[in-house]
Design a protein around this ligand. Structure first.
Ligand code: SF4
Length: 235
């Protein structure tokens, strides 16, 4: 592990213990159900169309498909590098996001940024979006009909970004993307394939949960290391 990574781990509250001959990342990571070699045989992403992005953003800004448009301050489209190798997907905007129009801001966003930096990916290098583009009132869970109506926007974002890996952040996002009701503890630590392109997808805990349960940060770190390993392997 690099000194830089150790510094960022300390920043997010993970103590690094060194033992000779012990690879913490690999020792903690459960077996991957999908063939990594197959997963990595992905074509390089094409340059995304600026017009397609603008058209999509305008549609989202004007969207009234579900009832959440009535209570939103603004839509939260997504942010980051449009040809990013990593796409981070969360559940829905919260109060801070609704106010600022950007996903993963506030304390949870800062922790996510630190976790990404720890694997050498500053926020500006990834693309970050939510399943829902509008805040559910009172931060309640998204309803299935809302997620169904909004997911096509996310699908178009994924098609434009063409990421080499997806990081599903939190139980709600993971269960929706994978169409399962399995608990997050059984979804993390594995590599799934997402969508027709079979993009590798890794699940990790939501940073808001990690703020409440700091002991789980070390577990989340192994998920991030799995993402890093996927991205480091070239086709
Ligand atoms: S949550 Fe999605 S589907 Fe619902 S109004 Fe907002 S953009 Fe439209």
């Amino acid at each position: 592990m690099s000194v830089r990574a150790e510094r960022y781990l300390a920043e997010i509250g993970i103590a690094v213990y060194k033992r000779r001959g012990f690879d913490a990342q690999r020792a903690d990571a459960p077996a991957e159900p999908a063939s990594v070699a197959t997963l990595l045989a992905e074509p390089q992403p094409a340059v995304p169309s600026a017009e397609a992005w603008e058209r999509l953003a305008a549609e989202v800004r004007a969207c009234t498909l579900c009832g959440l448009h009535k209570t939103r301050t603004q839509t939260v489209f997504g942010v980051g590098r449009r040809d990013a190798e990593l796409l981070v997907i969360g559940e829905a905007p919260g109060a801070d996001e609704d106010r600022q129009g950007e996903p993963f801001v506030g304390r949870a966003g800062q922790l996510l940024n630190a976790m990404l930096r720890a694997i050498g990916l500053p926020r500006s290098e990834v693309y970050i979006a939510n399943i829902l583009k509008c805040r559910p009132p009172g931060n309640r869970d998204p309803q299935p009909d809302e997620a169904s109506l909004c997911t096509p926007y996310l699908s178009r974002q994924i098609a434009l970004v063409k990421p080499r890996a997806v990081l599903a952040v939190g139980r709600i996002a993971a269960q929706w993307l994978l169409q399962t009701d399995a608990p997050i503890g059984r979804l993390r630590g594995r590599v799934f394939r997402y969508g027709e392109s079979g993009t590798p997808l890794v699940v990790t805990y939501h940073p808001a949960y990690l703020l409440r349960s700091p002991l789980q940060k070390a577990t989340a770190w192994t998920d991030l290391c799995m993402v890093k390993e996927l991205l480091q392997r070239r086709a």
